[in-house]
Design a protein around this ligand. Sequence first.
Ligand SMILES: Cc1cc2nc3c(=O)[nH]c(=O)nc-3n(C[C@H](O)[C@H](O)[C@H](O)COP(=O)(O)OP(=O)(O)OC[C@H]3O[C@@H](n4cnc5c(N)ncnc54)[C@H](O)[C@@H]3O)c2cc1C
Length: 387
Amino acid sequence: MKTSAPTDHDDLRQALRALCAEFPADYHRRHGAAGTHPEDFIGALTRAGWLAAMIPEDYGGSGLGLTEASIVMEEINRSGGNAGHCHGQMYNMGTLLRHGSEAQKRLYLPKIASGALRLQSMAVTEPTTGTDTTRLKTTAVRKGDRYVVSGQKVWISRIQHSDLMILLARTTPLAEVKRKSQGLSVFLVELKDAIGKGMEVRPIENMVGHETNEVFFDNLEIPAENLIGEEGSGFRYILDGLNAERTLIAAECIGDGYWFLDKACAYANERVVFDRPIGQNQGIQFPLARAYVNVEAANLMRFEACRRFDAHEECGAQANMAKLLAADASWQAANECLQVHGGFGFADEYDVERKFRETRLYQVAPISTNLILSYVAEHVLGLPRSF
Ligand SMILES: Cc1cc2nc3c(=O)[nH]c(=O)nc-3n(C[C@H](O)[C@H](O)[C@H](O)COP(=O)(O)OP(=O)(O)OC[C@H]3O[C@@H](n4cnc5c(N)ncnc54)[C@H](O)[C@@H]3O)c2cc1C
C-alpha cells in the first residue's frame, strides 16, 4: 500500500520487515491466544539492536532519533505484531538519557544496549488517582543514603519482562508545595533488589494479552543514587518522556491502521458475493478510502511530532494530536476491516479480532482521548482550565 511517509528510511523499514517476516501471523496469534510473552521476537529485536535505537553510540547504542524509533514500532505493528510488548524501553530510555547523571548512564545504558538489561517498565498510574497524576499517593522518604517507598500502583506493564523500572513517587507532601506538579521524583528501581523485598507484583488478566500488573510497595528501600535528576522535579521529566511515548504509540496505531487496510483491501478484492468482488461496491470502498485518508493525515502529524522532539523543540501539542489522530484512525480502520470481513472477521485465524482488541487500547492508554482534548483546549486554544 502506498503511503506519503518520507522515503528516507526505506533501508530501515526493509531491515525491520525482514526481521518481522521471521515471525509470521500464526506466531503472534499463538502468543495472543495464550496471553504469553513473544520472547523469541523481542529477543531477536534486542539482538539486532532495534530496542536500543535511541541510545547514543557513546553508550553502545545506534544513536538514532525518535523518528527512527517510531518506525521500528510502526513496522512491528504493521507486520501483525504488537509493539506493546516492548515499546516501554524506547520511551523510558528518554528519562534516563535526558535527565540521568553521567554515572547512571555509564552504568546502565551499555548494558541496555547489549540486551543484558531491559528497561521496559514505568510505574506512574495509581488506582485511586488515575489520570490526576500529581495527586498520586505513593511516597518516597529519604532516610540516610536510601529512599523508603510505600504505596500502590496499577496497570504497570512488562515488569515480569524487565530488569529496571522507572518509578514516580511523591518526595514532598502535596500540602507543602506551591504547585501540585512539584515534589514528585523519579527513581530507577532494580527489580531483582525490589520484588519480594518491599515490592509485590500481582498480574492483571486483560483483553489485550498485555503483561500488566498491580504493584504494592511496603517500605521498599531504594539507594539514593537511583534518584534520577533533582529531587522534586520528576513530574517534568516524566512529561518529557510522555511526549515520546505518545508519539511512539501514534506510530504503532499507524502501523495498525495500514495493517487493517492491507488486510481489508485484500479480502475485499478476493471475496465474491452476488457475482462480484465485494470491493467493487462503493458501500465497501468509501469507508476504506476514508479510513486510509485519516491514517495518512495522522501519519503527517506523527512525523512532525518526531521532527520537533528530535530537534529539542516544544512538541507537546503535536505529540498529543498525533496520538489522538492515529488512535482514532486505527480504530476506524479496525472497525471497517472487521465489517468488510463479515463473519470471518470474528474467527481467530484471520487475526482481525486480535488486532481489533489490541488497537482499542489506545483510546484509553497511555492517555485517554478526553484528556488529550482537554490538553489541546487549555494549552493550545487558551480556554479556561477545567480541572
Ligand atoms: C493495558 C494497559 C497498560 C497500561 N500500562 C501502564 C504502564 O505501564 N504504566 C502506567 O503508569 N500506566 C499504565 N496504564 C494506565 C493508563 O495510562 C491509564 O489507564 C490511563 O491513563 C487512564 O487512566 P485511568 O485508567 O486511571 O482512568 P481515569 O483517570 O479513572 O479516567 C476514566 C475515564 O474518565 C475520563 N475522564 C477522567 N477525567 C476526565 C475529565 N476531567 N474530563 C473528561 N473525561 C475525564 C478519562 O478520559 C477516562 O476515559 C496502562 C493501562 C492499560 C489498560
